[in-house]
Design a protein around this ligand. Structure first.
Ligand code: CA
Length: 271
């Protein structure tokens, strides 16, 4: 829960600000989208772990927006709670019928909302539906997607794995390790958003393993782009470090110089 990143889709600036302050004070990372178009962009690019979705938006309604991102292979699993002003039962049920995780009616009680957010996030973690650090689908969702791809000619699975992360965690701590996971997830997602197709899948097959499922003919280029981008930027994760080939020269907390293996992203052949 402490790693949760909540996207608030709300056009009422006062309500949005109140939610930002409240969730911020509980240590959650919060971003706000005031309309459907910016919400869709943030959902695609920032991989939130949970969405609070106002039903009445200036450019669309929350139900339509929900249907849209639930159609996207990479955005369909994000737990979503509707914020609804409506008190009619049919309106309250509309979101749940579409597959939302929960709803809460305005004016809402902040503590209650917080509990519902906590429930939705821990449900996703408990059922291994999403990775708490990256928000990416994991466990059964990934296994099913990979099994399906194996039966479809023309689809390819590429697995990526982070190496030498334990040395990195020893040096900078667990939090930096989580940031690195999230960075890697965002990087692969960005490559898929620019070079891939909407139906390309991204998930985590292990704590430090990522899986993409794409068209066989796109797989080699995507694989190469992910590896190149990772490799060209990875040294930025180290403070004041000097890269020497596949190693990095850093200073530990005692100020001693050390030579460590650089974190590497390794990819299997497309299957
Ligand atoms: Ca509204």
């Amino acid at each position: 829960m402490k790693d949760a990143r909540v996207l608030i889709v709300e056009d009422n600036a006062e309500v949005a600000e109140m939610l930002v302050l409240f969730f911020g004070s509980r240590g959650l990372k919060v971003s706000v989208a005031p309309d459907g178009a910016s919400a869709l962009r943030l959902i695609r690019e920032a991989l939130p772990t949970l969405i609070l979705l106002d039903v009445g938006l200036p450019d669309t309604d929350g139900y339509e927006l929900f249907k849209q991102f639930r159609q996207g292979v990479r955005t369909r699993y994000v737990p979503t709670i509707f914020l609804t002003r409506r008190s009619r039962k049919s309106d309250r049920l509309a979101g749940l019928q579409l597959g939302a995780d929960d709803y809460i009616s305005k004016p809402f009680d902040l503590e209650e909302l917080y509990l519902r957010v906590q429930n939705a996030v821990s449900r996703a973690e408990r059922e291994h539906l999403s990775n708490p650090h990256t928000g990416l689908p994991t466990g059964p969702i990934v296994r099913e997607a990979v099994a399906q791809a194996a039966e479809q000619p023309g689809r390819a699975v590429v697995e990526f794995r982070l190496l030498h992360t334990s040395e990195f965690r020893d040096l900078y701590g667990a939090l930096a390790g989580s940031d690195l996971l999230r960075y890697t997830a965002l990087l692969i997602n960005r490559v898929l958003n620019t070079l891939g197709a909407p139906e390309d899948f991204l998930g985590q097959s292990g704590e430090e393993q990522f899986v993409i499922i794409t068209a066989a003919e796109r797989a080699p280029a995507l694989r190469r782009a992910v590896l190149e981008r990772f490799d060209s930027d990875v040294v930025q994760h180290y403070a004041l470090a000097e890269r020497i080939g596949a190693q990095v020269k850093v200073r530990d907390t005692a100020g001693r110089e050390r030579l460590l293996p650089l974190i590497q992203l390794q990819a299997g052949d497309p299957l």
